[in-house]
Write a new protein. Structure first.
Length: 354
């Protein structure tokens, strides 16, 4: 929907008044009405790197979800304040792994005599607490654009990986990129005693996958891939690695949001694409490339927006920018120092991956 011209003018005026004091970051899944005000856009890896690009900016307004704002706080100076325009913009996947559950899982691994060999690898889409756990136990963070390199690194440190919290990214990377078999992976269910696994199963596994998933990407199905191939002959199916393994296995290309954008930029005129990722991004890409004769469709019309990404709308952005312009620091995301120090260790291991 077109943005309200009055709100657009207010956002512009508040941003102008703040000048260099504010740095606005926008994830690719944000609404058009919001992304137009981002100084930098990116996938979660690019935004983690770019967050520190403007150390002079007093405020970093993060148009994305809570775990991204936490990561930005961890990776930027103590005098920089990270603001999330709506505090209810969480992530259902990140919520699937709590600090208590993960501590309990580590106890299970310790009792089984396996903790020494296990390296935690946590997806960026996790709370700062989980990142701190990861740093404390010698592990690294990964995103969908460096998961292979993170797993390669982890298997140099130990012979098992505990992958948190997205089972699909963990499984897809292990099988597609590392050549493991599905049998090398087990799923740890935090709602069952011992994760629902026997000590023998834990001992035999190379990848211990946390039972988490993305509520948006988890809904694309093998049927949607088959249907679109029937409907659009010659279509290229391009999906995000948070999709289920059977969807990823049936797709032609798999990658992060940044990868998806680059693939479409490089695609020849006349090519046809079905994209399995969040709808704001797919719609924006379809519009952007319409003039270049690239047909871009959403992989499954029954899948909708990420509801928490969509919480950041223009009214919330205007409110945040106007508040800051008036000297009121609102919705600050601040990770406590101890959590930050261990979480930073894990994030820096990711940033140092070859
Ligand atoms: P990327 O931007 O890293 O591809 O992540 C997708 C996602 O689900 C973010 O919430
Ligand atoms: Fe979380 Fe999925 Fe939304 Fe990303 S798209 S913020 S992983 S629920």
């Amino acid at each position: 929907s077109p943005s309200d011209p009055d709100l657009v003018a207010r956002a512009r005026a508040a941003k102008e008044k703040l000048g260099d004091k504010v740095f606005v970051l926008g994830h690719h899944y944000q609404r058009d009405e919001v992304i137009q005000f981002a100084d930098v856009t990116g996938d979660s890896f690019k935004l983690a790197k770019d967050a520190a690009a403007r150390p002079d900016a007093e405020y970093i307004v993060f148009c994305g979800v809570h775990f991204m704002a936490e990561s930005a706080d961890i990776l930027t100076g103590d005098d920089q304040k990270v603001v999330l325009p709506d505090l209810a913009a969480g992530c259902s996947m990140a919520d699937m792994a709590t600090a208590e559950q993960v501590a309990e899982c580590w106890d299970v691994l310790t009792e089984a005599g396996l903790a020494e060999q296990v390296v935690p690898v946590s997806y960026m889409n996790s709370s700062a607490d989980i990142k701190a756990f990861t740093g404390k136990h010698g592990g690294t963070i990964c995103t969908s654009s460096n998961a292979k390199r993170a797993l390669d690194w982890a298997f140099e440190q130990g012979d098992k990986v505990l992958f948190l919290p997205d089972q699909h990214l963990g499984r897809n990377t292990a099988v597609r990129d590392l050549g493991m078999s599905l049998d090398d992976c087990v799923v740890y269910n935090p709602h069952k005693p011992n994760g629902g696994l026997t000590v023998e199963q834990l001992r035999a596994a190379k990848m211990i996958l946390w039972r988490g998933h993305c509520s948006v990407h988890g809904r694309f199905s093998l049927d949607s891939v088959n249907d679109v191939r029937e409907r659009i002959p010659g279509v290229n199916v391009l999906v995000h690695p948070e999709c289920k393994h059977e969807v990823v296995a049936a797709a032609d290309y798999v990658g992060s949001t940044e990868y998806i954008i680059k693939a479409l930029e490089a695609a020849p005129a006349g090519s046809k694409w079905a994209i399995g990722t969040e709808l704001n991004l797919v719609r924006r890409l379809a519009n952007r490339f319409a003039d270049e004769d690239k047909e871009i469709v959403f992989l499954d019309k029954t899948v909708c927006f990420c509801s928490t990404m969509n919480r950041i709308d223009l009214p919330h952005l205007v409110w945040a920018l106007e508040s800051l312009a008036e000297g009121n620091l609102v919705n600050r995301i601040q990770v406590d120092q101890e959590t930050e120090s261990f979480a930073k260790l894990a994030l820096e291991r990711m940033l140092a991956l070859p």
